[in-house]
Design a protein around this ligand. Structure first.
Ligand code: AMP
Ligand code: TRP
Length: 332
């Protein structure tokens, strides 16, 4: 059975984009893989996080994952900071990866913005930590949204250089798993930007804990153009906002753009948005209710995470110890 690793940052409330682009696919992969699901708090602090909010959001993220169907018994759910191996291997990878490689990372350029000098060193080295997350478990398959593809290529470059420099075949090649018609859900305010839990505008996203009224209002106000929906998928090409709403509908009904347009093509956005809002509410409200139930017992969520961290450490610690031996560290 192949081993899967994936991570999600507790830098806000998870969004519909996280659900359709990541979490929902994680749940499906559990049937035929051994899975490690990690709430990556070390990654989150590459941008300053209010400490009390980070604590709360980490627990909430775990609760949402559980509510969506992540199985903490057959698989492993844990917090990145609770397993020391991630930071230990990341340091070694900081010394394997080249500045030139990191300089090509488009996400750093986006996140650092104009004032690159003011970005944290952690934000720059973030892809090395991500490589360590995966290689610490010898995981070979990594489900992510397609914005993470470049980081996975870097993780493979790091593994190859380590193996080459130390003359071993130790770290494995990893394969991205990019799934579904909604691999990239866009902002409701701007169809060219991805929906993000850290966007300053709450109107730009649907949060996994939004109630029915909030969902309906955000979808009603979502940016669109004045034309009715096209009847063919090709008609969405130059219409990013229309394409995004159709993509969300398609993902939630397990079909594609053409399938949605066969039913809704020619309609105006008024009735289509109504149908979409009803659908999103129908799919998300049971998850929100289960999340609230879990969070009513925070110690229960923490116990699940503690057990996960123990089991994750049992896999990662020997792998990282072997990497340290290969580097030549003396275990005195
Ligand atoms: P992040 O929210 O950046 O921690 O991302 C966690 C996971 O959700 C990653 O696999 C991302 O690629 C995925 N993801 C985040 N935002 C979106 C989005 N708008 N559409 C699709 N996938 C997303
Ligand atoms: N960088 C990923 C994101 O922002 C999260 C992440 C951290 C991750 N470590 C990972 C994803 C390891 C997959 C594998 O979405």
């Amino acid at each position: 059975m192949q081993r899967i690793f994936s991570g999600i940052q507790p830098s806000g409330i998870p969004t519909l984009g996280n659900y359709l682009g990541a979490i929902r696919n994680w749940v499906k992969l559990q049937d035929d893989h051994e899975c490690l699901w990690c709430v990556v708090d070390l990654h989150a602090i590459t941008v300053f996080q209010n400490p009390a909010e980070l604590t709360q959001q980490s627990r909430e993220m775990a609760a949402v994952l559980l509510a969506c169907g992540v199985d903490p018994v057959k698989h492993t759910l844990f917090l990145q900071s609770n397993v020391r191996a991630h930071a230990q291997l990341a340091w070694i990878f900081n010394c394997v990866a080249r500045l030139g490689w990191l300089n090509r990372m488009t996400q750093f350029k986006d996140k650092a913005g104009k004032d690159r000098e003011a970005a944290s060193v952690g934000l720059y080295a973030y892809p090395n930590l991500m490589a360590a997350d995966i290689h610490a478990y010898h995981a070979t398959r990594v489900p992510v949204g397609d914005d993470q593809r470049q980081h996975l290529e870097l993780a493979n470059d790091i593994a190859q250089k380590f193996n080459h420099d130390y003359g071993v075949e130790f770290f494995k090649n990893i394969e991205p798993v990019i799934m579904g018609p909604a691999a990239r859900v866009m902002s409701l305010r701007d169809g060219t930007k991805k929906m993000s839990k850290s966007d300053p505008s709450d109107q730009s996203r649907i949060n996994m804990n939004d109630d029915a009224d909030a969902i309906a209002l955000k979808i009603r106000r979502a940016k669109t153009d004045p034309e009715p929906l096209p009847s063919e998928a090709a008609g969405l090409a130059e219409r990013p906002e229309a394409r995004n709403l159709v993509g969300i509908y398609a993902a939630l009904t397990d079909t594609d753009h053409a399938g949605v347009l066969a039913e809704h093509g020619g309609k105006g956005f008024g009735p289509f948005k109504q149908a979409l809002a009803d659908l999103v509410v129908e799919k998300l409200s049971p998850i929100a209710a289960e999340t609230r139930r879990l969070l009513a017992d925070p110690a229960g969520v923490d116990a699940i995470l503690r057990d996960g961290a123990q089991r994750a450490s049992a896999i990662a610690d020997p792998i990282v110890a072997e990497a340290e031996r290969l580097v030549g560290f003396l275990r005195a």
